[in-house]
Design a protein around this ligand. Structure first.
Ligand code: MSP
Length: 511
């Protein structure tokens, strides 16, 4: 079984912002962790190209929806390359393979009697692309500004009876504490299920919205964008794909170990529609995916929005500071599940203090001293120095904590664990003062042991930071000539190992 994880697929009605970038980096970091230290991994991400939002954005620009979606998709793809997102699959919802899966699923739900056609008259929110009921009215009895433009009409559509599966979903969520991480989001979902009633409208008449996947048994309709978008997770994992060699083997991937999504799309899309869709499609309980719900990045406490003019562009930041500095900041200054405040000053501060100072200095000093005192050749004599033994024990404990943190998706805690080792190793340099040992021939073995301990610690640290800052990590391993020594356990560097050339890796950013 491969470790399968996904992120949400991003709307192609506008340019990528820091929230999109954070989520893809989080997915990439978790994916890289599993690929490096666990086993075969498949990370799927992509773009949501259909629906009213895209059609409207295209209209404003005066181009066809497909062309518009493709232009925006190209921006996302270029940004993911720049940010070193290592994706194994690319879910673009206009892909003909996706259309085929969506149509097969609709047909099979129809054949099972899970879709019904009915007439509805009422209010509709264009922004949220959903029908509104009295539940959506605010205290003043109105549809608040969050719904954008609200129109009244009567329409015949296809409905998916959600309420029929309410008891199953309630029971499933209550008996599977792991279904939603973190815990408090699961409670939110349970409350939402209590309020669940009615049917989900899964079609839109073409006369109103043409930009979507056509209904296979009623060509006057296209598929509701969320129904289409959620199915990306199975299409691009190879579901119903037969022998198509361009898609993975579904049985090797499913169930998904983490759908990484923002808090705004847990209820109702991922927490209600998606499990009910899978259940109705015939997926048993043990084949349900898991949801990892992250918080939002705000700016000075406020939500990012075009109207406030506070939208943060990750492309500009990556050009200014480098992709790895941005990746490090987003992963270090956020507790997965909680909201964070974006601050460029903090990005610079984190980079200068954690990377340039703490880690950068340790790497510089270690490799420089090994070169100066031992021509870059490290030896590992037996030792019984308590300070060195303490570092070795700490390294093993840190690795354990790091692994546990990743299993709980707590990336910041994994980074914190690694930095405890950075700090201890920097202290060791001061304690042992290798420049003094080098002057005393009687301390030659101790000097060897200290240099070995530092070099091995730096090797382990390069591996520990590799999911978050892959490019600097690769440089450190290259300078240690340890690219091939990937074992995440003390003692990987053999005695007599020759280090490579050194050059500084984390130049300070002028504040
Ligand atoms: N297209 C839908 C998702 C379909 S998944 C089957 C969508 N797209 S989106 O572009 O609006 O959002 C994509 C992801 O980015 C979502 O998980 C969303 O929560 C996340 N974020 C959007 N703004 C964000 C922040 N400001 N901060 C962090 N993540 C945010 O929803």
């Amino acid at each position: 079984m491969k470790y399968f994880l996904t992120t949400a697929i991003d709307y192609t009605n506008g340019d990528p912002h820091i929230g999109h970038a954070y989520e893809k980096i989080l997915g990439d970091v978790i994916g890289r962790y599993h690929r490096s230290f666990d086993g075969p991994t498949f990370f799927l991400t992509g773009v949501d190209q259909h629906g009213q939002k895209v059609q409207q954005a295209a209209q404003k620009t005066g181009v066809q929806p497909l062309e518009f979606a493709q232009r925006v998709t190209a921006k996302f793809l270029a940004l993911w390359d720049k940010l070193r997102i290592q994706k194994d699959g690319w879910a673009a919802t206009t892909d003909p393979r996706h259309k085929q899966t969506v149509q097969k699923v609709l047909q099979s739900l129809y054949d099972k009697g899970e879709l019904v056609k009915a007439k509805y008259s009422g209010f509709y929110s264009v922004r949220q692309e959903q029908f509104l009921t009295d539940k959506e009215r605010n205290e003043a009895g109105e549809f608040g500004p969050e719904w954008g433009e609200v129109t009244f009409f009567e329409e015949e559509n296809w409905y998916f009876p959600l309420a029929k599966h309410k008891e199953w979903l309630k029971n499933f969520v209550e008996t599977h504490p792991d279904f939603v991480i973190p815990e408090f989001r699961r409670n939110e979902l349970i409350n939402a299920i209590e309020r669940l009633s009615g049917n989900l409208c899964v079609s839109r008449p073409k006369e109103r919205l043409s930009w979507g996947i056509e209904f296979p048994f009623d060509p006057d309709y296209v598929t509701y964008v969320w129904f289409d978008a959620l199915l990306n997770y199975v299409t691009f994992a190879g579901y119903l794909a037969g022998e198509d060699p361009s898609l993975p083997n579904f049985n090797e991937l499913w169930p998904c170990r983490a759908h990484i999504i923002g808090k705004d799309i847990l209820v109702p899309a991922h927490g209600v529609y998606w499990p009910i869709m899978l259940h109705a499609m015939g997926f048993p309980d043990e084949q349900m995916p898991r949801l990892l719900v992250h918080g939002w990045w705000n700016v000075a406490g406020a939500k990012m929005s075009k109207s406030l003019g506070n939208v943060i562009d990750p492309d500009i930041l990556a050009d200014k500071y480098g992709a790895d500095a941005l990746r490090y900041y987003l992963m270090r200054d956020n507790v997965v599940g909680q909201d964070s405040d974006f601050s460029e000053e903090r990005l610079v501060m984190r980079y200068n203090s954690d990377l340039a100072n703490d880690l950068g200095n340790l790497v510089n000093r270690t490799i420089n001293m090994c070169r100066r005192y031992r021509n870059g050749v490290i030896a590992s004599p037996p030792w019984n120095d308590p300070d060195l033994t303490a570092i070795r024990s700490l390294a093993n404990a840190v690795i354990e904590r790091y692994r546990q943190a990743f299993e709980r998706f707590e990336v910041h805690a994994a980074i914190e664990a690694a930095w405890e080792l950075v700090a201890k190793a920097n202290t060791l340099v001061e304690q042992k003062a290798p420049w003094k040992l080098a002057k005393d021939p009687a301390k030659s073995e101790l000097l060897d042991a200290v240099l070995y301990t530092l070099a091995e610690t730096v090797r382990l640290l390069a591996l520990l930071v590799s999911p978050v800052i892959p490019a600097p990590s690769a440089k450190i391993l290259e300078q240690l000539a340890a690219e091939q020594i990937r074992i995440l356990q003390w003692g990987g560097l053999p005695s007599g190992h020759q280090l490579g050339e050194h050059s500084p890796i984390f130049p300070r950013i002028a504040a």
